[in-house]
Design a binder for this molecule. Structure first.
Ligand SMILES: [Zn+2]
Length: 212
């Protein structure tokens, strides 16, 4: 995307899942996940509207390998809504790992949207859970507030950032992913697949310094 993107009053920045468990030493660490924090702090200061998402699972969540005897993290199983990657236990409600990363400094954030709190459904996207039928309410929130362009940054690029960006597009919003303010997990080529899918959908890509 050429040129600088000017931020307006109908734009919102989504800061996706920058939580202790997704940073180094966390239970589902995204490699170099902590590196996005200073970038996101700087970026957020340019936006009037910021929403944070927080992965927020009950203990024994279906997405945890520990909930399936004999299974290991990163294996895929079939559940009622299709394939589900199994993860290490992470972002359990009320635990330190589920807290937003300590050095995230976005005091003017207007919304903290929690997701993944239904025991039987995972939720990568900030809009719909993984069954693709259960809404989080975010689309209605954005529409009622007159916000129509969504910028997305955070963790992990190839899961929660990807699905949030895709679904924002499906919900009719303009979408820009701030790629240098994201880090990926990269399971079986998932980073390359994400780039391909986002390009096909017409989701914009920009760097932190090209926005503001
Ligand atoms: Zn999760």
């Amino acid at each position: 995307m050429a040129g600088k993107l000017a931020i307006g009053s109908r734009d919102v920045l989504f800061v996706v899942d920058i939580q202790n468990d997704f940073c180094p030493d966390g239970r589902l660490a995204v490699p170099r996940g902590d590196e996005v924090v200073p970038l996101v702090n700087r970026l957020a200061g340019r936006f009037k509207h910021v929403a944070l998402t927080q992965d927020w699972h009950p203990a024994g969540h279906q997405s945890f390998a520990s909930s399936h005897p004999g299974r290991k993290p990163y294996e895929t199983i079939e559940v009622a809504y299709g394939p589900q990657i199994l993860w290490p236990d992470h972002c359990v409600q009320g635990t330190p790992g589920a807290e937003l990363r300590w050095d995230l400094q976005i005091p003017h954030a207007e919304l903290v949207l929690r997701k993944g709190y239904h025991r039987e459904i995972d939720s990568y996207s900030a809009f719909y859970e993984n069954d693709r039928k259960t809404f989080t309410g975010l689309g209605g929130y954005l529409r009622e507030r007159g916000l129509n362009r969504v910028f997305v940054a955070g963790l992990a690029f190839d899961f929660c950032v990807r699905y949030s960006a895709e679904d924002a597009k499906h919900e009719g919003f303009d979408v820009v992913v701030i790629e240098d303010a994201c880090r990926g997990i990269d399971i079986n080529g998932s980073v390359a697949a994400t780039r391909r899918v986002l390009a096909e959908l017409g989701v914009g890509c920009a760097l932190v310094e090209a926005v503001g």
